[in-house]
Structure formats: structure tokens, C-alpha cells
Design a protein around this ligand. Structure first.
Ligand SMILES: NC(=O)c1ccc[n+]([C@@H]2O[C@H](COP(=O)([O-])OP(=O)(O)OC[C@H]3O[C@@H](n4cnc5c(N)ncnc54)[C@H](O)[C@@H]3O)[C@@H](O)[C@H]2O)c1
Ligand SMILES: [Zn+2]
Ligand SMILES: [Zn+2]
Length: 342
């Protein structure tokens, strides 16, 4: 089968012929239809410092996918050939305290699909049945391909009650955009999205942001004034990984405000801890998705009319993967999809 492989410890990815994966007991084989390109895949392609320590070559990359089940292994009961599925890309150990307690998203020994083991940018993918999410209700196939980052957005956005609240989202990348759509859909009053990229801010307006703010030349304080907020934002969703963004968020939150932090800073940095303490701000780190509460929420949010169509801005054949990766790496738009059937 064809797969996108990191088979040399240098920048690049290569479309190679590799053996189809074998299906073990408790696993299913998926014919991959579409995949989403993630920041992680860009790191592995560019072979930066993180990728060099996280990846052993050769590796089939990719973790965001949708496909159809074509074979089920021994002992798989709830999934059948023909099911349309996406999958949880965090493979957990099943043995640590959190796994045993059913809190699998808190596993201390998670292995990442397409990072620590062969991934989804391939014609076929074998995955433990316990990582598979069956789409019981019909979902747009491109949206189904990005359930993994959609789950990041949902997990973060629904970490704290949003109904009637004023929400600040820093970073209008694909995940920030999806979080804005979710926050609006879930009943937030104002959703203010910040970025430094005008194209992404335009997408934020498309998904329903009340205000999309370029922090290169406007301050979050100005947005507060414009909206008539007197005490600051109630909930912050940090989705940029940028130190200035978190500092600005902390400075513009109400007393007792809550921050859910998904953005991954590349290094340590200082924040105003006295302000956090005296304003009694809660900061919650978010990694991945809750298994499978977040997945349940994603499916029913879409069923209830949540529209993610504006977030998908690039569609390419897997044969044009170089152009697709370049598009994603420019960081101007939303999600970029690779089609494995074309
Ligand atoms: N915790 C997790 O499980 C998890 C999973 C996936 C991604 N992430 C992280 O979440 C973040 C969002 O992911 P993404 O794919 O949407 O990333 P992305 O890099 O595409 O988007 C980040 C956006 O932040 C913007 N930005 C930069 N400086 C800013 C500032 N000062 N204020 C506001 N915005 C600013 C950038 O212009 C960019 O549009 C990234 O940091 C990513 O590494 C975390
Ligand atoms: Zn991803
Ligand atoms: Zn575990």
C-alpha cells in the first residue's frame, strides 16, 4: 500500500510502498479515506528539535483520519465491516492508576499514532478497537477526518461552563477556530478571538466570533470597551502557545475567571502569578481528548447543527502531499485535508 513515510532522519516525507498492516486480536483494519494535516506532522516533516527526539525512523506519519472498516480482528464485537470510523490517536497503557480508573486521557504512558507508532497517512491503518469511534450518524467526510483536533477544541471549550459567559480565545489556528464555533454554539454571550493573522481572523468572523481582534495593533482592553464588558472575560481558551497571548489573557480576566490552556509553548516563560493568585484564577491544562466523553460531545454537537465547514480551507490528493503540507505550513488558513481515494 502507499503511505507517507519518514524514512530518513532529515527534513522531508516520502510517499512509499509499504506492507499493509496486519490485524491482531482486538484490532480493526481501516481503509483510510481522508486525513487532516496537523502541526505535529509539520514538525516531523521539517525534522525540528522536538521531532528528532520524539520520532524513530522509519515511521508512517499522521493521526487525523476517517475511513471505513474493512476487517475486524478476533474478539472485536461492537465494530463491523463497513462502519465509517475516526479514531483516538492516543494509545493508552491500560495498566496505570488513571487507566484502571477509566480516566484514560490521563494515562502516563500514552503512545501517539503517527509519532510513537505507524500512523494514518496511508491507504490502510490497523488500530485497537478501543481507539475507534464509529460515526453512528452521518457526518461530512472532511469533518470526520478532523475529529482529533475538533476534539481538542471541544475538550478545551467545554472545560468550564460557557452559557451566557464572555469568552476570550487567543489564537485563530484551526483549533481556535473550532473552539470559537463550539463556544458560540454552546451559548456563550461574546466570543472574542485574537490572532496576528488577518486571514485567520476573517475565518474567526465566519465561524461566529463576536469580535476578531488583531493583537498586533489593537489591545484586548479595547475589545472589552467596545463590547461594554466592565469586569473582564469569564473564560479564556488559550490556543496559540504564545507567551504574550497568555499574559494578555490573564490581564483581561475577571476575578474568579477560568483558563483552559491547550496551546503548547515551546519553552518556559514568566506570567503575573500575583494577579493569578489575587484574582483567584483557575488554569487547567488540556491534552488530547477525554475518552470517549469528548467524542460523544463532538458527534452530538454536529448532530445539533454545529457547522465546521468554514474551518476546512484546503483539499488535496495524497499525491499532492507536498503542496498540501506547504499550504498547512503557511499558517494562513484552516485545516488542510488529504484525500487517499484520489
Ligand atoms: N494540548 C494538546 O493536546 C494540543 C493538541 C494539538 C495542538 N496543540 C497546540 O494548540 C495550539 C493550537 O493548535 P493549532 O493547530 O490551531 O495551531 P496554529 O499554530 O495553527 O495556531 C496558532 C495561532 O496562534 C496565533 N498567534 C501567535 N501569536 C499570537 C498572539 N500573541 N495572540 C494571539 N494569537 C497568536 C498564530 O498566528 C496562529 O494562527 C498550538 O500551540 C498547538 O501546538 C495542543
Ligand atoms: Zn493533530
Ligand atoms: Zn495508562
Amino acid at each position: 500500500m502507499k503511505a507517507l513515510v519518514k524514512d530518513k532522519a532529515e527534513p522531508g516525507l516520502w510517499l512509499r510502498d509499504v506492507p499493509e498492516p496486519a490485524v491482531g486480536p482486538g484490532e480493526v483494519l481501516v481503509r483510510v479515506l481522508r486525513t487532516g494535516i496537523c502541526g505535529t506532522d509539520l514538525h516531523i516533516r521539517s525534522w525540528d528539535g522536538w521531532a528528532q527526539q520524539a520520532v524513530r525512523t522509519p515511521l508512517v506519519v499522521g493521526h487525523e483520519f476517517v475511513g471505513d472498516v474493512v476487517e475486524v480482528g478476533r474478539d472485536v464485537t461492537e465494530i463491523a465491516v463497513g462502519d465509517r470510523v475516526s479514531g483516538e490517536g492516543h494509545l493508552v497503557c491500560g495498566k496505570c492508576r488513571n487507566c484502571l480508573a477509566g480516566r484514560r486521557h490521563l494515562c502516563r504512558a500514552t503512545v501517539g499514532l503517527g509519532v510513537g507508532r505507524d500512523g494514518a497517512f496511508a491507504e490502510y491503518l490497523a488500530l485497537p478497537a478501543s481507539n475507534v469511534w464509529v460515526h453512528r450518524v452521518e457526518v461530512d467526510v472532511d469533518v470526520a477526518a478532523i475529529f482529533d483536533p475538533f476534539g481538542n477544541a471541544v475538550h478545551t471549550a467545554l472545560s468550564f461552563p460557557l452559557v451566557g459567559e464572555d469568552v476570550l480565545i487567543t489564537g485563530a489556528g484551526p483549533i481556535g477556530l473550532m473552539a470559537a464555533a463550539v463556544a458560540k454554539h454552546a451559548g456563550a454571550r461574546h466570543v472574542v478571538v485574537t490572532d496576528v493573522n488577518e486571514q485567520r481572523l476573517a475565518l474567526a468572523r465566519k465561524v461566529g466570533a463576536t469580535v476578531a481582534l488583531n493583537v498586533a495593533h489593537t489591545s484586548i482592553e479595547d475589545a472589552q470597551r467596545e463590547l461594554g464588558l466592565r469586569e473582564g472575560f469569564d473564560v479564556g481558551l488559550e490556543m496559540s502557545g504564545n507567551p504574550e497571548a497568555l499574559r494578555g489573557m490573564i490581564a483581561n480576566l475577571t476575578h474568579g475567571g477560568k483558563i483552559a490552556m491547550l496551546g503548547l509553548p515551546s519553552q518556559e516563560f514568566a506570567v503575573d502569578w500575583a494577579r493569578i493568585v489575587m484574582s483567584m484564577i483557575t488554569i487547567k491544562g488540556i491534552y488530547g481528548r477525554e475518552m470517549f466523553e469528548t467524542w460523544y460531545a463532538m458527534s452530538v454537537l454536529l448532530e445539533g447543527g454545529l457547522d465546521l465547514a468554514p474551518v476546512i480551507t484546503g483539499r488535496y490528493s495524497h499525491l499532492d502531499f507536498e503542496a498540501a503540507f506547504d499550504d498547512a505550513a503557511r499558517g494562513h488558513g484552516g485545516k488542510v485535508i488529504l484525500d487517499w481515494a484520489a
